[in-house]
Design a protein around this ligand. Structure first.
Ligand code: NAD
Length: 486
């Protein structure tokens, strides 16, 4: 697409999507969307108010019975069309994601493909919301279980995967027969609004999917969670905000699925295939420029191979081309905003102050926009904040270990539990260590775990519930048990 501008996107909506109509905010408010590669304003979008959020819940409520009663096959066909339309518009979507989020086009293309797969997967799952029928142990009656849509779902998504985090929720919700209100992140509302348009073009009835960008996210989401018609919250974002929303949801006992922060360990044992471990490390660390909840946050490498691993990783990291995400040859785009740069800068400084060594990077490139150099740190002491917090940037801190038990202890020494990566040539050790990891997912000799067909989610303070796979749809279904005598 060459130098990309917004005019290249056909029908890009910039207003709220409520009840199938594009509407301005009730108070006329708008907010700016910024290009992280330059800091320049790209455009403005309607800034939803509490009244708008309530109007969206009204629309979702009006559409709820009709959508729940729609034949599963018909819901599946709508999702299948959404998959096809997203695939047809993949290039436009990828450019839009790069523009507002900053990620490199290759990452944005990867996200677009991943995101559209959720519509295909849930088109296939929509017809499989099977129940159960058994005979009670006493033999007196039958135990019948039917699955019913949980009800209106509020979906709150982060900026780091603006398309995929939306489709990972909308796909299963629609397959299950729920209607939704999506509140996208304020840094990346454009992709969400375009997704709303694509769903509309796919034949989703008015009111089934509503999209309400809002800068006053706290007030808007809280109001929806206090409306008795809302029965589901699916949130992806930081653990900090997740905690607030769990408390908000408690008042009306709203069913919650929470995909929260991570602090993934990446273990390299002395018997690992180092070429494969390096490939995996580059993917686990640098996909999305490090701005992924699944990003490898702490590298634990056996002392026998630590020097070779560190120097080869540093070479790969320093060779990465940093630039605007929308440029074809960029491998690492800018971070999302200035706060992200400040956070990464402080974490690296903290690691160095604690005795860590900068092997490569460790600074901001001298250019406008929110950039940070790909960075490798060694000799990072366990107390350094960089090992305790999500870095969310292109920085790889390396710590050495000498035995398996120590590696497991170090890896599990965090309140997070989203994903762990384990590299070893010994399958028995790989499975043993995978079982010992306190995380919802493990990449065993793999640097990428995300797959629409697999249950994605965390343990400990990384979350509750699973997205993707068959389990992802169960999160939007209630089991109703009917005791039957016949
Ligand atoms: P965030 O928690 O700041 O924001 C997430 C969403 O919540 C946004 O839409 C935001 O506007 C909204 N929000 C913020 N404060 C709110 C409040 N008080 N009430 C209601 N809504 C509020 O997260 P972020 O910075 O957008 O995203 C990065 C975080 O998301 C990281 O912690 C990352 O690990 C996490 N994440 C997790 C997964 C996962 O699947 N586990 C996936 C992607 C990102």
């Amino acid at each position: 697409m060459g130098d990309f501008t917004l005019d290249q996107i056909a029908d890009l909506p910039l207003d709220l999507l409520i009840g199938g109509k594009a509407v301005a905010a009730s108070d006329g408010g708008r907010f700016e969307v910024v290009d992280p590669a330059t800091g320049a304003v790209i455009t403005t979008v309607a800034d939803g108010t509490v009244d708008d959020a309530m109007a969206a819940v009204d629309a979702a409520d009006a559409a709820a019975d009709g959508w729940a009663a729609t034949a599963p096959r018909d819901r599946a066909e709508v999702l299948r069309r959404a998959f096809e339309l997203m695939s047809a518009r993949a290039d436009e979507l990828a450019h839009l994601i790069s523009l507002e989020n900053g990620k490199a086009l290759a990452d944005a293309r990867g996200e677009t493909a991943y995101a559209s797969e959720f519509f295909r997967w849930y088109a296939e799952e929509a017809v499989r919301a099977s129940g159960e029928l058994t005979t009670a142990p006493t033999g007196a009656n039958r135990i019948m279980v039917v699955r019913q849509p949980v009800g209106i779902a509020v979906l709150v998504t982060p900026w780091n995967f603006p398309a995929a985090m939306a489709t990972r929720k909308i796909g299963p919700a629609l397959a299950a027969g729920c209607t939704v209100v999506l509140k996208p992140a304020s840094d990346t509302p454009l992709t969400a609004l375009l997704m709303g348009r694509i769903l509309d073009d796919s034949g989703v009835p008015a009111g089934v999917v509503n999209v309400v960008p809002a800068r006053r996210s706290g007030a808007v989401v809280s109001a929806m969670l206090h409306d008795a018609r809302v029965r589901k919250l699916s949130f992806t974002g930081s653990t900090e905000v997740g905690r607030i929303l769990l408390k908000e949801a408690a008042d009306q006992v709203v069913n919650c699925s929470m995909e929260l922060g991570g602090n993934a360990p990446f273990l390299v044992f002395e018997d690992a295939d180092l070429d494969a471990a390096l490939e995996g490390a580059m993917v686990a660390k640098m996909r999305n420029g490090g701005e992924a909840c699944t990003a490898a946050n702490r590298f634990f490498v056996h002392a026998d191979v630590a020097e070779e691993f560190s120097s080869r990783l540093a070479k790969r990291m320093s060779a990465m081309r940093v630039g605007p995400g929308t440029a074809d040859d960029t491998q690492v785009g800018p971070l999302v905003n200035q706060e992200a740069v400040t956070k990464v800068t402080e974490l690296v400084k903290g690691a160095v102050d604690a005795g860590g060594q900068v092997v490569v990077g460790g600074t901001r490139p001298d250019r406008p926009g929110y950039y940070y150099e790909p960075t490798v740190l060694t000799d990072v002491p366990p107390s350094a904040p960089i090992l305790r917090e999500e870095i969310f940037g292109p920085v790889a801190p390396i710590v050495t270990f000498t035995d398996e038990a120590e590696a497991i202890r170090l890896a599990n020494d965090t309140e997070f539990g989203l994903v762990s990566y384990v590299y070893t040539g010994d399958l028995a050790r790989g499975l043993r260590v995978s079982e010992a990891m306190e995380s919802g997912m493990v990449g065993l000799n793999r640097g990428l775990v995300s797959d629409p067909a697999a249950p994605f989610g965390g343990t400990k303070q990384s979350g509750i519930g699973r997205e993707g796979g068959h389990e992802g749809m169960l999160d939007y279904l209630e089991s109703k048990y009917i005791a039957v005598t016949w």
